[in-house]
Write a protein that binds this ligand. Sequence first.
Ligand SMILES: [Zn+2]
Length: 292
Amino acid sequence: MLMNTDAFVLKSRKYNEADSLLVLFSRKLGRISAVAKGSRRAKSQMLAGIQPFSYSHFLLYQGRSMYTVNQVDTLKTFYPLREDYRRLTYASYIVELIEIEISEEQSHPKLFNLFGKALSLLSDETTEIETLIRSFELQFMTVCGYEPNLFHCTHCQKSKDKKWYFSLSQGGLICNECRSKEKDTLLISGTCLKLARYLQTKDITDSQHLKIHPRLNEELQQINKAYLLYHMGRYQFKSLKLLPQVDDLLPMPSAKSRQPETGSAAHGLTEEAKFDTFNEDEDKAFGNEQEE
Ligand SMILES: [Zn+2]
């Protein structure tokens, strides 16, 4: 069976001599694995569209055990992510979160949109990267169904106190009085709480240029990370600890084969419109809206 879908390439690994094994995050099909045959040959038309983090339109054949890529049209390559180590590390981090959270063939339109926005912002050089990642973490928790309660004590419900803690098991604030009832609490400063509330309630794009003090960032980062790890039952995130493996990155396509990035006009979409498509109604399949 043949099918069309728009998808992000989460991972791309060498497979056999000339093939690639892709992990895709598709709007329609969620996370799927697909083989791109012959894609590692120098002249392959697929090369640009199957780079990690690329956003492409795929024509897939569904075999008995796996999908095979029949055709790829690159929509956006997010090329700047691969040119800067810090951006690359954070892009790998959000990919890791997505991979842990979603199962095979589980469609997750809200997460798909959030991921698209995050990659777009991360590849924009004017973005405050640390702020973006803190915002992504908080919105990711919400979209995945474990939004932390940052507005009142999860025990006694009071909303005003001088000293607040964050409970990992309760997924929210604990006031100073109720603290003795909880073991796994982290102190959260008033400024950090304000920032977390702001990032949680605003769209991720609204925080793009917000500068935050490194110490404040570090405080929120530790709380977010501890809460994510608690939920995911992990001890560490690999992407934040290790350098990306060189082998995971395919050879860069030549300037000529990178053309599809600007070739979006061929799909009748301007750069701005493409970005907006990540905001679209979650039932709308982006890939089906395009007119040639
Ligand atoms: Zn309380």
